[in-house]
Design a protein around this ligand. Sequence first.
Ligand SMILES: Cc1cc2nc3c(=O)[nH]c(=O)nc-3n(C[C@H](O)[C@H](O)[C@H](O)COP(=O)(O)OP(=O)(O)OC[C@H]3O[C@@H](n4cnc5c(N)ncnc54)[C@H](O)[C@@H]3O)c2cc1C
Length: 477
Amino acid sequence: MSKYEANIIVIGAGSAGLVSAYIAAAVKAKVILIERHKMGGDCLNTGCVPSKALLRSAKIANYMRRAEEFGIEAVPVKPKFAQVLQRVHKVIEAIEPHDSIERYTELGVECVTGEAEIIDAHTVRVGQRDITAKSIIIAAGARPFVPPIEGLDQIKYLTSDNIWELSEQPKRLVVLGGGPIGCELSQAFSKLGSEVTIVEMMDQLMGREDGDVAELITRNFEQGGIRVLTNHKAVKFTNNGEKVLHCESSEGLVEIPFDEILVAVGRKANSDGMNLEALGIKLRRNGTIETDDYLRTAVPNIFACGDIAGPYQFTHTAAHQAWFAVVNALFGFAKKFRVDYRVIPWATFTMPEVARVGLNEQDAAEKGIDYEVTRYEIDDLDRAIADGEAHGFVKVITPRNKDKILGVTIVGHHAGDLISEFVLAMKYKIGLNKILGTLHLYPSLAESNKFVAGNWKKNHQPHALLKWVERLHNWRR
Ligand SMILES: Cc1cc2nc3c(=O)[nH]c(=O)nc-3n(C[C@H](O)[C@H](O)[C@H](O)COP(=O)(O)OP(=O)(O)OC[C@H]3O[C@@H](n4cnc5c(N)ncnc54)[C@H](O)[C@@H]3O)c2cc1C
């Protein structure tokens, strides 16, 4: 007679929870997955999928505006907002089966719909049902953080949760927050015809990226008609017939009238309402759950992964953590695995895309590393020129005079795909010499990775050997 109903209960069926349940079922554990809202969580319903689908329409509109550049007669570009959003929802519907109750039930997962509350270290309550398990994985995700700004609660504001339900395209849209979500959605709405102002408190957009990246994106945004207001702190909203955002800036108070506002200033972990603190599960100041290197919470048979655990808040990091959480929960009695954050890539899917893995200059300087920067400018790349996408750069950080990749930033067309070569290289400790010695298809965007390796090589030529070889050639002619 088993002591518990299941080996694992997973709370939340977003990226972290689905992957946890999938792996647990694949290794024949009895797993119960609890979801209170929609299977697929944020990524499918309000995050990655709808934002990338929206950006796709925006990109098509942008190419249509550029038609003459490609030798095609220009036509009036009239995005139909309702149809664009309809497509976004169709894309969600097309992907939905991957994350559905039907699929997971077939995989052997018991799916339960309802709000989960943890009663004790082995019991989770959903409605009237108490479910017991040897281990629990909390994968309850995060939601948009709404800052306490005067007057905001008096205004019907948008977040990444509800923007997909807009019935009309905003004429004047203010986007509060210049991080990845704010930047992607600003550009999407702008290319679809809204007048967009992006307001950021810090001195640059995409605060985690280097200044040269932010500059390029800002220039691009401004050329595309987006008003970029960095160093602007939102202090108040008023609505006297017209909605206005009041900001403090170095030039004094700035008033920005708008029709809709999107609040995109960060995400808050869904760590409330599950009884966590009463159980002794510790939270960090930002609300994420504190875990050890094995993703165990302060209650050792309860694990956390995904946005609720942090420190990264991406779908792929949620899935990556899920593997460690499940394997440690099921097999930790025999062998435990430390979660591995050494090589974490991410991308912001603006036009151009910004992708990164490992350190940038900002990080290397903060860590006091004696580093070198090697760049390749993509405006020189044959394929980028042919595609009309000759812009951006690849920037590699290495320790001085050492062929070891510490980090890479790529800004350019399909940067999010191009970065993968460096992710693999970093993971398996492949240096730039080996990237240079690898055939890259011509003409491809991926050649930019080889060319940056070539630039590094040029800067590290074996001068003494070359001098000797030159003498040899002179003697032989
Ligand atoms: C606009 C936007 C764009 C994004 N774009 C990208 C991108 O391009 N690439 C990328 O990697 N990431 C992107 N992200 C981030 C990505 O969506 C998240 O990192 C990812 O969804 C986190 O997965 P998760 O499983 O931790 O949480 P979630 O997806 O939030 O899933 C948590 C689930 O738990 C459920 N839940 C919560 N509490 C309970 C409870 N008590 N009982 C039962 N169920 C509960 C919730 O309903 C939810 O379904 C984007 C996010 C946004 C908002």
